[in-house]
Design a protein around this ligand. Structure first.
Ligand code: SME
Length: 151
């Protein structure tokens, strides 16, 4: 299944906020190793949690750009995969169960406007295929932001 293709129909007429909510729910329910899925949007120099799906809320609802894996991905404008969060000093802990993480920036016209953050309870859960799929979903969100206004 191609996640971006699947989602493109659902996001055809949504506004950006609804699109973010639909994306976190779809990702979480479609992929078993995506245990917690969130979307943070950039507000000034902070990432603000806008939508999430998972078993528990996180205390990290605002993350300064540059802090944690989330802040790093936003600062660098690059996808970051951490295979073992326990071994990465940059990691900001949210859930005791989390073993690995992927953070994928969302761009609007070349500028980072936010990111998709996914935690997995499995070690090294995120492959190049996850990266490819999620970068496709992030591109879709960037297109919705452009069409519908957002971030
Ligand atoms: N682990 C992230 C913080 C966000 S929580 O995973 C929801 C980080 O290192 O930036």
């Amino acid at each position: 299944m191609d996640l971006a293709e699947e989602l493109s129909h659902r996001l055809a007429n949504t506004d950006f906020a609804d699109a973010c909510q639909a994306v976190v729910q779809c990702l979480r329910s479609s992929v078993p190793h995506y245990n917690w899925v969130g979307i943070y949007l950039l507000e000034g120099e902070e990432l603000v949690l806008t939508a999430w799906a998972g078993p528990a809320e996180t205390e990290h609802t605002r993350i300064p750009v540059g802090a944690g894996i989330c802040g790093l991905a936003a600062a660098e404008g690059k996808t970051i995969i951490v295979d073992d969060v326990a071994k990465d000093p940059r990691y900001l802990a949210c859930f005791l169960s989390t073993k690995s993480e992927i953070v994928v920036p969302i761009f609007r016209e070349g500028r980072v406007i936010g990111e998709i953050d996914i935690d997995s309870d499995q070690l090294a859960a995120f492959t190049e295929e996850d990266r490819r799929q999620l970068e496709g979903v992030a591109a879709l969100l960037g297109a919705v932001a452009r069409r519908a206004g957002g971030a």
